[in-house]
Design a protein around this ligand. Structure first.
Ligand SMILES: *Cc1c(COP(=O)(O)O)cnc(C)c1O
Length: 354
């Protein structure tokens, strides 16, 4: 165990902060002045560095490019009501990162590398954490295989990088979604529970096709029967049926979202019952038709809670309730935001103050 990392720091000669327009921040396009980088070689993590954000030279033969040994995480740092900066539930993202690494036969990363990398990056780029309401600093840890070898086998070297991008509030309008019954995102025995690069590239064509048909997003169904709802895009799915939150249970085809877990814990603490189980398309459609389904929403780090206004299944569109009437999800979303920004007491100990 390396308790305190020795991190070599090379400061950017010029900060780009002053010339960054915080009123125009497309997601994931603007990065802070620095990045954290570490290497895995000879069975150990080394070369811990904070460097100016920029290109990393590497061989075009690296196996991440050819065979997709690449994983990532997404978490956020928030400017607190008291002026400090806190990262939300980083321990969960750390645990999931190693779970993804193990599934992709990649090296695991020690907790102190993940955590101290984040802390060092935020520390040097603290001035970039937006103070504007509902803004945050999105953190993107990524690890990829760097053996410059075309043989198909797990790489023996990896690079771990953390990028930070200031992000604007996600004012998304309610989504029109299509229940996908042809393409699949993941199957039993596959890698759906890992945050690995290939899960996102394989989703692009189905998503683009759904968008061409006029939908904002699609909902994945189980690969075997296309009978059960799994996730929506890169967010978990929740419904309110007869006043209870009903959400697909986490299984090996579904990503175990931190926001999903957070909302379940908050809902229970606020007195709302939660059922985690398989959710069939038929059940959802029946409950829309008989009026028992009052809310449908997608949950993830980027948008927190995104309302779903319309569901389409095999060409038939079902209108859902007016999102303005959805008190369960909006109440929980507000509580979650108040915790993240240090406005209300952090009873669960989710904020890590940097
Ligand atoms: C990242 C992600 C989510 C949401 O996870 P959070 O930890 O809440 O951000 C859900 N589904 C998929 C496929 C994802 O990649």
């Amino acid at each position: 165990m390396i308790d305190t990392l020795t991190i070599k720091t090379t400061k950017a000669g010029h900060s780009r902060l002053a010339e960054t327009d915080y009123t125009d921040l497309p997601f994931g396009k603007v990065f802070t002045d620095h990045m954290f980088v570490a290497d895995y070689e000879d069975g150990e993590w080394k070369n811990f560095e904070i460097l100016p954000y920029g290109p990393i030279p590497m061989s075009p033969a690296i196996s991440a490019l050819h065979y997709g040994q690449a994983i990532f995480e997404g978490l956020k740092a928030y400017k607190q009501a008291d002026g400090g900066v806190s990262v939300f539930r980083a321990d969960k993202n750390f645990a999931r990162f190693n779970k993804s690494a193990t599934r992709m036969a990649m090296a695991n990363i020690p907790e102190e590398v993940f955590m101290q990398g984040i802390a060092a990056l935020i520390d040097i780029d603290k001035a970039w954490v937006p103070a504007e309401e509902n803004y945050s600093l999105y953190l993107r840890p990524v690890m990829f295989a760097t053996d410059p070898v075309l043989g198909v086998r797990p790489s023996s070297t990896y690079k771990f990088v953390i990028l930070a991008n200031p992000s604007a509030p996600y004012y998304s309008k309610p989504l029109k979604v299509k229940i996908e019954t042809h393409y699949t995102r993941s199957a039993e025995g596959g890698v759906g529970a890992a945050k690995t690069a290939g899960n996102y590239s394989r989703a692009m064509l189905p998503t683009v096709e759904a968008q061409a048909e006029g939908f904002d997003q699609l909902i994945w169904t189980d690969a075997k029967e296309h009978k059960y709802l799994e996730e929506s895009g890169a967010a978990n799915l929740m419904f309110v049926i007869n006043g209870k939150i009903v959400t697909p249970e986490v299984r090996e085809t579904i990503l175990d979202g931190v926001t999903r877990d957070t909302i379940i814990l908050l809902a229970k603490s606020m007195g709302t019952e939660v059922e985690e189980r398989r959710v069939s398309i038929q059940e959802v459609l029946d409950n829309i038709e008989n009026g028992s389904l009052t809310e449908a929403f997608a949950v993830g780090t980027a948008a927190t809670v995104t309302q779903i206004s319309e569901l389409t299944y095999e060409g038939k569109t079902y209108q859902l309730t007016d999102p303005a009437t959805r008190t369960v999800s909006t109440g929980i979303a507000k509580k979650l935001n108040d915790i993240r920004y240090g406005i209300t007491a952090d009873e669960f100990g989710w904020n890590w103050s940097i």
